[in-house]
Every structure is written in structure tokens, then in C-alpha cells.
Design a protein around this ligand. Structure first.
Ligand SMILES: NC(=O)c1ccc[n+]([C@@H]2O[C@H](COP(=O)([O-])OP(=O)(O)OC[C@H]3O[C@@H](n4cnc5c(N)ncnc54)[C@H](OP(=O)(O)O)[C@@H]3O)[C@@H](O)[C@H]2O)c1
Length: 330
């Protein structure tokens, strides 16, 4: 069995990691940390996990083969060296995803820029072979996963894309914040970040495409939809061919129906699963490609992708513990 520890287990990503790892046939959870809830049973914070015999600890030294860091960005870089060498590390923060120069441009100063190069960017559909040998894995951002996987087949052909993102409230984490309380968040379609979103850095690095995001907070608890626009002289048949390499991917589904209400991806139909749904259309009149990409930010956009990376890095079947279908209706 693989011994797994979750640092930051009281957060949304931490809770989702515990849920997935508790159902994984090859994993035994050896520690779940929280500074605020140390000593408390896990269901005091995550009521849906009632019945798991786990208590939070504020001891950050434990026996583990893999450590998941589910802490805010800026925190992983402070604590990472405590675990390096003794366990594989899967970091869910943004600290080690992009090169030092992109980090500086989008986030500011880094405490350990020399470590960034030691990390593999944990997007299995693109970096599977490197992940197999990796000790240090930087799990991608949720928005970045959606946009990179949709755009990756167009790298080298497109310089720029406009991205409209609609994101759920859980993407902002569990910390208290007036903008996220129910009266403020309910029924909202709020522009959260009109431009220069930090996840643009990951897209630039992985695809070479300058993707300009506008992020909107919408009235969903989980899930996100990316709508991506760029000019190209093509047709729908050619667009479909671009995605042929994904047909062998266990967690990528191409959604492109001729009729009906669900012709193109919608986060409603991936919630609770590790799937990413990608679709496309072509506006011939304007020679514009429009791509759509939907995922559950806490699963393929976070904890599920981290478990997928763990499976690959430990030589397990990539889908182990992840082959559940979405929950419906949600
Ligand atoms: N939410 C998403 O959809 C999503 C998707 C992909 C990636 N991510 C990334 O995953 C990470 C976790 O996100 P989240 O949404 O779960 O955030 P969250 O709900 O705010 O949880 C973060 C947890 O980290 C712990 N923590 C904070 N500072 C710490 C420190 N100095 N030392 C140890 N633990 C500390 C906190 O636990 P205690 O205060 O109880 O110790 C807290 O529960 C973030 O970097 C985020 O950007 C999030």
C-alpha cells in the first residue's frame, strides 16, 4: 500500500483528496494536517467524510510515500524542503508550475526559484512520460487544465486566443471572504478578473499561446466552463481531427453533438468525476474557432488530477480509484 499524507486537509482540495484517497484500493492515508482543527475528527470539518477514522494533526512530520500539499500559493515553497527526499511530493499550489521568469511576471518574488526546474508539470495528457519518473510534481491550476487541454492541439498554429471563463465558488477555497458569502455570491455573474489572470502563465508555458482570460464568478459550487476564441481558416472536420489523439485518453471526452440541449460541454455533466469534456464549433462567416472545455475544478482541476499523477508516478493503472462516472442531476 502507498502511504499518503495530505497537508492542508481542512480545505476544499484537501477534503476532496481525502475522499478520493480513502476510496483508492492501493492507498492508506497516514496523516491529514490542519493547524486550526488539530485533534478534531475529519467529519467536524468535512461532514460528508463521517465514518472515516481520521483525525487532523498539526504535526508536520509523518511517515508517507507521497505528500500532497493542498495549501495556498506561497506556502508550499516555505515547507517543501521538509518532505523532499523522503517522499514523492504532489504540490497543488501554484508555487512550482511555471518557470522562474513567468513566476516573477505573474506572481512576484519566489523564495526557492532554484527548485522550480526540479518539478514536472503534472498534466498527464502532455507529460505522462516525465511524470512516471518524477519525485516532484506541480499539479496544474483548474482554469489552466481546461484551457491548455483544449488549446494544446493548436500549438504552433495560433499565437493568441481570447478566453471567457465561468467559475464556481469552490475554486476560491474555503477561507472566509465576504465576496463568497451566500447573499453576495448567490445569483451572481461577477467579473472576477478582467485580464492578466495568473493561470495565463501556465498556458503560455505549455502551449506557447498568449491566452487572455476574463474570469467570471457564477452561481455554481463546483465546475467551470472555458470558452476560447481564435481566428483560423479551417472547418469542423479538421477541428475534430485535431482532437483524435485524445480519443485514447481515459479522462478526456469529446462532446460534439448535432442537436439537442447538450450539444457542447457543460460542467453539469462532469461534476463528481475526473473527466474533462472538450467541444468545438466553427463560425465560418468570421473564420473563428470556438472551443469549449468543462471540468470539475476540485477533481480534474485539482484532487483527481493529483491522484492521476500519483498513479502514474507509482506505476499503477492511471485510472485506479478514479473511474467513477459524474453525479447527475446536480
Ligand atoms: N479550489 C480549487 O478549485 C483548486 C483547484 C486547483 C488547485 N487549487 C490550489 O490548491 C491549494 C488549496 O486550495 P483550496 O481551495 O483547498 O484552499 P483552502 O480551502 O483555502 O485550503 C487551504 C488549506 O491550507 C491550510 N494552510 C494554510 N496555510 C498553511 C500553512 N502555512 N501551513 C500549513 N497549512 C496551511 C489551511 O488549513 P489550516 O488553516 O486548517 O491549517 C487550509 O485549510 C491552493 O494552492 C489552490 O490554489 C485549488
Amino acid at each position: 500500500m502507498i502511504k499518503a499524507a495530505v497537508v492542508g486537509a481542512s480545505g476544499y482540495i484537501g477534503g476532496e483528496l481525502v475522499r478520493l484517497l480513502a476510496m483508492h484500493p492501493e492507498v492508506e492515508i497516514s496523516a491529514v494536517t490542519s493547524r486550526r482543527y488539530s485533534g478534531k475528527k475529519i467529519h467536524k470539518v468535512h461532514p460528508h467524510l463521517r465514518g472515516l477514522n481520521l483525525r487532523f494533526t498539526d504535526s508536520y512530520s509523518f511517515d508517507a510515500d507521497v505528500v500532497f500539499l493542498a495549501v495556498p500559493h506561497g506556502t508550499s515553497m516555505r515547507i517543501i524542503e521538509d518532505y523532499m527526499g523522503s517522499a514523492k511530493i504532489i504540490d497543488l499550489s501554484a508555487d512550482f508550475r511555471v518557470s522562474p521568469s513567468l513566476y516573477e511576471e505573474y506572481y512576484g518574488g519566489h523564495l526557492k526559484p532554484e527548485l522550480i526546474d526540479e518539478f514536472v508539470y503534472g498534466l498527464p495528457e502532455i507529460h505522462r512520460e516525465e511524470i512516471k519518473k518524477a519525485e516532484l510534481i506541480a499539479n496544474p491550476g483548474c482554469n489552466a487544465t481546461a484551457v491548455i487541454l483544449a488549446l494544446y492541439p493548436f500549438r504552433g498554429e495560433v499565437d493568441e486566443a481570447i478566453v471567457d471563463l465561468k467559475v464556481s465558488s469552490s475554486a476560491g477555497g474555503r477561507r472566509e471572504n465576504v465576496a463568497s458569502i451566500h447573499p453576495e455570491r448567490s445569483h451572481v455573474v461577477r467579473v472576477y478578473k478582467p485580464f492578466h489572470h495568473r493561470h495565463e502563465a501556465e498556458i503560455k508555458q505549455e502551449t506557447g499561446i498568449n491566452a487572455q482570460f476574463t474570469v467570471h464568478s457564477i452561481d455554481l459550487v463546483r465546475g467551470l466552463l472555458a470558452t476560447i476564441y481564435f481566428k483560423m481558416n479551417t472547418n469542423e472536420k479538421e477541428l475534430y481531427k485535431k482532437y483524435f489523439p485524445y480519443l485514447k485518453e481515459p479522462f478526456v471526452r469529446i462532446v460534439k453533438e448535432k442537436g439537442g440541449m447538450q450539444r457542447l460541454p457543460d460542467p453539469k455533466y462532469v461534476i463528481g468525476s475526473n473527466f474533462i469534456d472538450i467541444g468545438f464549433t466553427y463560425d465560418e462567416r468570421n473564420q473563428r474557432v470556438i472551443l469549449f472545455s468543462a471540468l470539475d475544478n476540485l477533481i480534474k482541476g485539482g484532487a483527481g488530477q493529483a491522484v492521476q499523477n500519483m498513479n502514474i508516478a507509482f506505476g499503477l493503472d492511471e485510472t485506479l480509484g478514479l473511474s467513477y462516472l459524474p453525479v447527475y442531476p446536480v
